[in-house]
Design a protein around this ligand. Sequence first.
Ligand SMILES: [Zn+2]
Length: 92
Amino acid sequence: MELKNCMESFVWQALDEVIAGYPDVCACERCRYDIAALALNFLQPRYVVTGRGETMGRIKALEQQSKVDVVCAITNAIIIVKATPHHTRQAD
Ligand SMILES: [Zn+2]
């Protein structure tokens, strides 16, 4: 058995979709992790006990309920990372 924060999966699942709407935000690995971390800090954690796939149904149900919150948190995180990227701008 293990504890899993569902929000972490939801944030990674939604990340690319939300970032696609902001073509001017850096989508390098560092910035993606920064965005994910910030978004998770905005969200209440949703821990579930996982083991042998038995909680998948519940995770799915939570997913519907939380999708709007997750997208909103990622959007806020993108705005912050865009304003203050944690690395120097890459020349292109
Ligand atoms: Zn970057």
